[in-house]
Design a protein around this ligand. Structure first.
Ligand code: NAD
Length: 285
């Protein structure tokens, strides 16, 4: 039976150590780190994620601000607001909560955030630097996934890692991080044939699709480390992952629950990225 990777506890431990780090940095810089979260529209899920991020800032000792716009805001107005945040010296991190309304180009908005304040790590310059293995801000969810894998003590070197999903925010960047950790990597997606036989090869299986129960126990190799990134609210009103927990836990050596696995780590890594931007902007290495 698999051991559960307690993402909630690991995220709390990380935030507690970041709080100590924030306290240490405060007198050196003369002000606290500052994160601005931009929220467009009134999507309840986005609002709830945003609240979680602001609450985490309060815990760690990062000043924060929520900049809200109605869903009718024009692209031009939003881009101008981002430009102002880029120029505001006290702002260390800018996070635009996704998704955005259809009339606003997500790519233009991401491109507009200056690289030094891109706490999500979505700017093409950060993405390119991650690809090359250069120093950069890594996206929060993939970075959190790697911390969860490392927490198991399982060696990544030479292991077969299978990533199910190839989105820009999870699948592709986590694949790059697994490669950097010297895994042998296989990336699968919606056009992959015979997914079962590929997932069964995985020593480390990361699933980021958004289809509840896609991965069943018989698709997982005995002893695999299984990281379930998926979060879907289903008809029963509960949150479900992409992995069928019960059957998979029988085969895996380690498994993340949903909720309480990857989700809390994403927020903890956002805090880490904000402090990283703050330190770099203030020449503290
Ligand atoms: P996305 O919709 O952008 O991408 C989904 C990917 O799954 C695509 O690359 C697609 O090719 C692939 N896919 C679809 N069907 C497939 C199949 N049958 N077999 C293999 N691959 C298939 O989604 P996303 O933004 O990467 O998010 C994925 C899931 O992770 C969602 O449930 C999302 O809510 C969740 N998520 C969680 C966190 C967190 O912090 N826990 C963060 C981001 C996303």
């Amino acid at each position: 039976m698999a051991q559960i990777i307690d993402g909630k506890q690991i995220a709390t431990d990380i935030k507690t150590s970041l709080k100590v780090e924030a306290e240490r940095l405060f007198p050196l810089v003369g002000r606290r780190a500052f994160l601005t979260v931009v929220l467009v529209g009134d999507d309840p899920a986005s609002r709830s994620y945003t609240r979680g991020k602001i609450k985490a800032c309060e815990f760690v000792g990062i000043d924060s601000d929520l900049l809200e716009f109605p869903s009718s805001v024009s692209e031009e107005e939003l881009l101008k607001a981002i430009e102002r945040l880029n120029e505001d010296d006290k702002v260390d991190g800018i996070l635009v909560q996704l998704p955005l309304p259809a009339h606003i180009s997500k790519q233009k908005v991401i491109d507009a955030i200056c690289r030094e304040k891109d706490v999500d790590g979505f700017h093409p310059l950060n993405v390119g630097r991650l690809d090359q293995g250069y120093d950069c801000i890594s996206p929060c969810t993939p970075k959190g996934i790697m911390r969860l894998i490392n927490s198991t003590g399982v060696e990544t070197e030479g292991k077969i890692a299978v990533v199910v999903g190839r989105s820009n925010i999870v699948g592709k960047p986590v694949a790059k991080l697994l490669l950097q950790a010297n895994c042998t990597l296989i990336q699968t997606h919606s056009h992959t044939r015979d997914l079962d036989s590929i997932t069964r090869m995985a020593d480390i299986l990361v699933v980021a699709v958004g289809k509840p129960g896609l991965i069943k126990g018989n698709m997982v190799k005995k002893g695999a480390v299984v990281i379930d990134v998926g979060i879907s609210r289903c008809e029963d009103g509960l949150l479900h992952g992409d992995v069928d927990f019960e059957s998979t836990a029988e085969n895996a050596s380690f498994i993340t629950p949903v909720p309480g696995g990857v989700g809390p780590m994403t927020i903890a890594m956002l805090m880490a990225n904000t402090l990283e931007c703050y330190k770099k902007r203030n020449n503290i290495l």
